[in-house]
Design a protein around this ligand. Structure first.
Ligand code: PDD
Length: 295
């Protein structure tokens, strides 16, 4: 079965799936995206991801190019045409193609909508089973990290630097020395008194949809979340640490800057949250959460 992608109204074979050279996403990073996991045929946290997509667009003064129901159909149709049940779904919306100019193009300019699906083996994800090692690096992003824009160069640079240093990922650190988040995930630590600590919602981080589901899981499992910023020094002393995202789900962090976290193995609370999250996605734990910016 040839792989296909949805591009501006058409399902195209991968070799032909492209956007115009003057697409503003290409020239200005003038676009937003979402990544949604499809796990055993269930679109994990689809509601929350679409909530956030609409909010990212509105912050950049863009509309949804198609309505929510149409987008839900297009995602499923991409999965069906690619014969995928375990996959990542990538949605990208830009302000469209127009002669290069910093000001916005005429309002009637059609936006670009691209949907790509890719196979993703959530059950065989070794990172989730073994945990990952991270390195802290300076956060050099712009000041509106709450918007999920396609301007990902800083994240690509820190990820590359981390990988070149022999670890799996970077946790970024702001100019005051506090951890913001992972290159493409939210960062969490668990303290000795079993509290889950993660940075409060602000313009400094992207509020994860997976994080929002973890808030629900925590409240149902008597786990306390403390929203506050923390520094690498505190993270080194944590009993457990993990990252959360649509593809990595809940991935244990077993080492930060060469310091083993806890006993250097994925922790019990992290694994419990992962199990609860998988059960929630399988539809065994009630309704999907809605996502709000909180700002
Ligand atoms: N990234 N923070 C950043 C900077 C991210 O890029 C992501 C997700 C998250 C977690 O958000 P969520 O739980 O909604 O996936 C936090 C996606 C997976 C990516 O860029 O591939």
């Amino acid at each position: 079965m040839p792989r296909v992608a949805y591009v501006n109204g058409q399902y195209l074979p991968y070799s032909h799936a492209s956007v115009h050279v003057e697409d503003r996403g290409f020239q200005f990073a003038d676009g937003v995206y979402e990544v949604i996991g499809c796990i055993h045929g269930h679109l994990a946290d689809e509601t929350g991801h679409l909530d956030r997509l609409e909010r990212s667009l509105s912050e950049l003064k863009m509309d949804m190019p198609v309505d929510r129901e149409a987008l839900r159909f297009l995602m499923r149709e991409c999965l069906r045409r690619n014969n995928l049940k375990n996959a990542g779904i990538y949605i990208q919306i830009t302000r469209g193609a127009a002669k290069r100019d910093f000001k916005f193009p005429a309002p009637e300019t059609p936006q670009s909508l691209v949907i790509i699906t890719f196979p993703f083996d959530f059950d065989g994800n070794v990172g989730v089973v073994n945990g990952g090692r991270v390195k802290t690096l300076a956060d050099i992003r712009w000041k509106r990290r709450d918007i999920k824009t396609v301007a990902l160069l800083p994240q690509a640079l820190v990820k590359q630097e981390a990988v070149e240093a022999g670890v799996d990922d970077a946790w970024m650190v702001d100019s005051d020395g506090y951890i913001t988040e992972g290159s493409a995930s939210n960062a969490w630590i668990i303290t000795k008194n079993k509290k889950l600590v993660t940075r409060p919602v602000s313009y400094d981080i992207l509020r994860g949809v997976t994080r929002t589901a973890i808030e629900k899981i925590a409240s149902e499992n008597n786990l306390v979340i403390e929203e506050r910023a923390f520094k690498p020094g505190e993270a080194y002393e944590a009993v457990e640490a993990f990252t959360s995202s649509a593809t990595a789900l809940i991935t244990p962090v077993i080492e930060i800057d060469g310091h083993a976290i806890g006993n250097g193995k994925p922790g019990d609370i992290t694994q419990k949250i992962y199990g609860e999250y998988r059960a929630y996605v399988d539809g065994l734990r009630g309704e999907q959460v809605h996502w709000e910016s909180g700002l």
